[in-house]
Ligand binder design. Structure first.
Ligand code: SF4
Ligand code: SF4
Length: 400
């Protein structure tokens, strides 16, 4: 196994175990199967295990596996505060205590504010004094590293990143998300500050393997080195020195074995010019089905009315390359749930953006088309309700 360093110089395995996808037997986790898989990864050198309060049964399963095998001091646990459920400081203690008890430990190595999509969510946590809570937990040793996991746009990522002295962060990143979410810009900004970056969704939830177009699958199968589709996606990440650890939600021994082998043989900078060209060809095949030829360059931004033009086009395209539901889900996460609304319906058709678009996209027309598809009535209602809930006021001393 290869290792990269965390902020304090400790080794983290480049492959991290995502504990969200353990196999289930009915409604509960198949603990014996999960134990075999976790221990196979452990024996191959994986030392980073990522779970969360809201992954059903996952923290408790990890607690059980750790106790059965007496490996607590030999692994790093990453888990997450369900910040979207929290409106008071008291609640933070309650969730954290419950997580420690499920994991059968008295400290967490890497603790994350789970699923931030907007700087406003972080502001809400600050209002309930999360910073002094973090400082106290770090001082007592109950938390070793503090970070956040992120799913919004690049601008908000940079705001959160620069607002606090984080120890690490976790972002969705893969060869299709190079310029979306935190993106390569966010990755490099974090690395430049010395903040380790953990990668989630390296295979876009399996889409860079199972849902690849047939033509792309054929190209991969015929490529002379014989790398699998998953291997191409992992290698693209490991090649980048700014990437610290790549999570994979493994739920078979074959998957553990294949991923460990890839992690063992993919040092920084091992990609050749030819490899990059190959990935670009695969991307081009995936993008053939897209509805708008937007490259995500952002020259059209900022829009005076706050419309997230590249974000909307990316999700619109995702509806046709990854499936309707996925495109709409990505839209809800990255456009629909930002504090300042960024919908296409805010466009006043000033035309400013079109003057800057190197692809000559009729942005105004395409935005209308995208909005219709991305936000049918039931989605509009759903996103409206979610926005009210997520941006409700925190209970501070003043408004209690
Ligand atoms: S045309 Fe619409 S999207 Fe483009 S800059 Fe003007 S308001 Fe923004
Ligand atoms: S300028 Fe054009 S290609 Fe670039 S992000 Fe905006 S719409 Fe997309």
């Amino acid at each position: 196994m290869q290792y990269r360093k965390d902020k304090y110089g400790e080794d983290i395995s480049v492959l991290g175990y995502g504990c969200m996808r353990f196999t289930r037997k009915g409604t509960s986790i198949d603990i014996d199967k999960a134990e075999k898989e976790v221990m196979a990864a452990f024996n191959a050198g994986v030392n980073y295990y990522d779970t969360a309060y809201i992954y059903p049964g996952s923290e408790a399963a990890m607690g059980e596996i750790i106790a059965r095998n007496n490996i607590r001091s030999k692994i790093k646990i990453a888990t997450k505060l369900p910040q979207y459920l929290i409106v008071s400081k008291k609640a933070i203690d309650k969730y954290f205590a419950e997580e420690l008890s499920r994991l059968r430990t008295d400290y967490v190595d890497y603790y994350l504010m789970h699923h931030l999509t907007d700087v406003e969510m972080w502001e809400k946590l600050k209002q309930i004094d999360i910073i002094s809570w973090i400082e106290e937990k770090k001082k007592s040793g109950a938390i070793k590293n503090i970070g956040f996991s992120y799913h919004g746009n690049t601008e908000n990522f940079l705001k959160i990143l620069n607002d606090y002295d984080w120890d690490f962060c976790q972002i969705q990143y893969n060869y299709l998300d190079e310029v979306s979410q935190a993106g390569v810009e966010g990755l490099k900004a974090a690395a430049a500050k010395g903040i380790p970056v953990v990668i989630m969704e390296p295979l876009r939830g399996g889409r860079l393997v199972n849902l690849l177009p047939e033509e792309a699958k054929k190209m991969i199968a015929e490529e002379s080195r014989g790398w699998t589709a998953a291997e191409w996606a992992f290698r693209w990440l490991y090649n980048q020195p700014e990437v610290t650890c790549v999570l994979s939600g493994m739920n078979s021994l074959e998957m553990v074995e294949e991923n460990c082998k890839t992690a063992d043989t993919s040092p920084e900078g091992h990609f050749t010019e030819e490899d990059y060209k190959f990935i670009e060809k695969i991307k081009a095949i995936i993008k053939e089905k897209e509805k708008v030829g937007c490259t995500g360059c952002r020259y059209c931004m900022p829009c005076p009315k706050g419309v997230d033009i590249p974000g909307i086009f990316r999700c619109y395209n995702a509806m046709y390359t990854e499936g309707k539901k996925d495109g709409r889900f990505q839209f809800a996460q990255t456009v629909g749930l930002t504090k300042e609304p960024a919908f296409a319906s805010q466009c006043i058709e000033c035309g400013k953006c079109e003057k800057h678009c190197p692809q000559n996209i009729p942005i105004r027309e395409k935005l209308k088309e995208a909005d219709k598809k991305l936000r049918p009535l039931h989605y509009k209602i759903g996103i409206g309700i979610a926005r009210k809930y997520m941006f409700r006021k925190a209970k501070t001393k003043k408004n209690k």
